[in-house]
Design a protein around this ligand. Structure first.
Ligand SMILES: Nc1ncnc2c1ncn2[C@@H]1O[C@H](COP(=O)(O)OP(=O)(O)OP(=O)(O)O)[C@@H](O)[C@H]1O
Length: 504
């Protein structure tokens, strides 16, 4: 099977999101799609999947033009899509989720649960997915949920599989597993379109690469191209891939956390006796495999967790027991890992989102009225500075590409007067050019004397930005080690091994 997109153009009002894009992918091939935030990758895939109608251009399957009115048509023609935000129903089992939607496509393959179970087992065995058809989706780790999405697509005989930033939410181990799965799918004849911002992954997996910038194809580099070459082609200028920073000049301790314990409603302990301090002008990186208490730790600091014991003192102010509002008012900046849930209001404009998290909307609200001019000027400045690709400051946040949404949050939080910055996965889904910029801003925040708690599952990011590194494992501190600690040591610590001579 051969899929060709030919001269596809898609406009949103005056914005040309896809400008005569052509791309082909054949059976047994992985085609990497690279492009900066807002370049038009997801839009193109949504056209392919029948979610959007192209304004011009055509889609050809085995050289025959096809027309997809909706995803049902695309699925029936053998196109499968794994979205970054999974479309699974958490309270259903794996088999129930795989069955769901089959009725909509008019196929009669799996309309009873036993057939669905059987199909899950078949596909799972064939590709070594180790999926239990009867497991509840909500109990599965993210990497396994993604496999359910892949099985769902394969169960509908997908021959072209689109993976839109599949590794953004995966641990390094899960990423390796996914790469392996992609290779097996490729060998079995599936055609794969693979979108990622991680250049290493593209170079490792892709047989061919297409780079798009501002909606148009700018090149088809070979997978042997270097990271620097790919980055420059994506962004249109050379990109510094390493962070330059001076050694920290830490001041006195600003945040002191003692014996922090966080439990959920069911009594499970997620953070178990964690103690640390962060000095002014210092970045404390929190390393660990996702799910070892990092999320709960940051949420506890922000007042987003209900059952918290211990103390968290910021500049003599106890944060425990404070509402989120009062924590923000105390000068805590927060870049949450869940940007859509906690970072933005989708129906608000970019400018309105820029006003959030400020104490009484200051300085953009006075006497209960929004100072629209000042707000607009501020939002426009941030748009330019952070290179946020949008039609303007009035565009709704929900209409922004994922990476640009992330940039709005980072721009807003780093523009407030901060006494502490809590940054969780600050560059998730962000392109290499913007990572360079955000990293510089985090270092500048540190250098202005603000303590920074940086949580990231990207060890590269932790190593690049941190002055000290705290490793969490099963909710406990394995050790707090200096920057420059070898990665192998960090890796062992992330698996729970105590380093020699570490001090908390
Ligand atoms: N429904 C929509 N209405 C208006 N504009 C939209 C809509 N969907 C996308 N856009 C715009 O189209 C452009 C391309 O967005 P798209 O999501 O395709 O980018 P992307 O390459 O996938 O970016 P990222 O790497 O950040 O995910 C962006 O400027 C975005 O704001």
């Amino acid at each position: 099977m051969k899929l060709a997109l030919r001269d596809v153009t898609k406009r949103f009002g005056t914005l040309v999101a896809n400008d005569r894009i052509s791309l082909t992918v054949e059976s047994g091939e992985i085609h990497g799609l690279l492009g900066e935030n807002g370049a038009g990758k997801s839009t193109l895939m949504n056209v392919l999947y029948g979610l959007y109608q192209a304004d011009e251009g055509e889609i050809l399957l085995d050289d025959k033009p096809v027309h997809f009115r909706d995803p049902g048509d695309a699925i029936a023609a053998g196109i499968g899509m794994v979205h970054q935000h999974f479309m699974l129903v958490p309270v259903f089992t794996v088999a129930e989720n795989v069955m769901l939607g089959h009725e909509a496509t008019g196929r009669f393959g799996i309309l009873d649960i036993d057939a669905a179970r059987k199909r899950v087992r078949e596909i799972s065995d064939r590709f070594g997915f180790h999926l239990d058809p009867d497991a509840l989706v909500e109990n599965l780790p993210v990497g396994i949920q993604q496999r359910v999405e892949i099985v769902k697509a394969l169960s509908r005989d997908a021959r072209v599989l689109v993976l839109d930033e599949p590794t953004a939410v995966l641990t390094p181990q899960e990423t390796d597993d996914l790469m392996q799965i992609m290779r097996q799918l490729k060998e079995s004849g599936t055609a794969i379109i693979f979108i990622t911002h991680k250049l290493r992954e593209i170079r490792e997996a892709a047989d061919r690469i297409t780079v798009i910038r501002r909606g148009a194809v700018v090149g088809e580099p070979p997978p042997s191209a270097s990271n620097a070459e790919l980055a420059a082609m994506m962004v249109g200028r050379p990109v510094e891939l390493t962070v330059h920073k001076d050694p920290a000049q830490p001041g006195p301790a600003a945040l002191t956390v003692r014996d922090l314990r966080v439990t959920d409603d069911d009594g499970h302990v997620h953070v178990d006796g964690v103690s640390f301090e962060i000095r002014r002008g210092e970045v404390l990186g929190v390393a660990g495999v996702q799910g070892n208490g990092q999320t709960e730790l940051t949420e506890a600091l922000l007042g987003l967790q209900a059952h918290v014991e211990g103390s968290m003192v910021l500049d003599d102010v106890e944060l425990r027991g404070r509402s989120v509002r009062r924590v923000l008012d105390a000068g805590v900046g927060f870049i949450p890992e869940d940007r859509q849930g906690e970072g933005l209001v989708g129906e608000f404009s970019i400018a309105e989102n820029m006003m959030l998290n400020r104490s009484h909307g200051k300085p953009f609200v006075s006497l209960g009225t929004v100072q629209q001019r000042a707000l607009n000027a501020f939002a426009q400045e941030r748009l330019d500075q952070y290179d946020i690709r949008a039609s303007g400051i009035d565009q709704h946040a929900a209409q922004l590409s994922g990476g640009n949404q992330q940039k709005v949050i980072v721009a807003r939080e780093l523009s407030r007067d901060l006494r502490l910055l809590v940054a969780a996965q600050p560059t998730r889904g962000v392109d290499v050019g913007s990572i360079e910029f955000i990293h510089k801003q985090i270092v500048a925040t540190r250098d202005s004397g603000v303590p920074v708690l940086l949580v990231s599952t990207e060890l590269d990011e932790i190593v690049a930005l941190s002055d000290r590194i705290m490793v969490l494992y099963r909710g406990r501190v394995v050790g707090i080690v200096p920057a420059g600690t070898p990665r192998e040591t960090l890796g062992l610590m992330m698996a729970g091994e105590q380093p020699e001579g570490s001090a908390a």
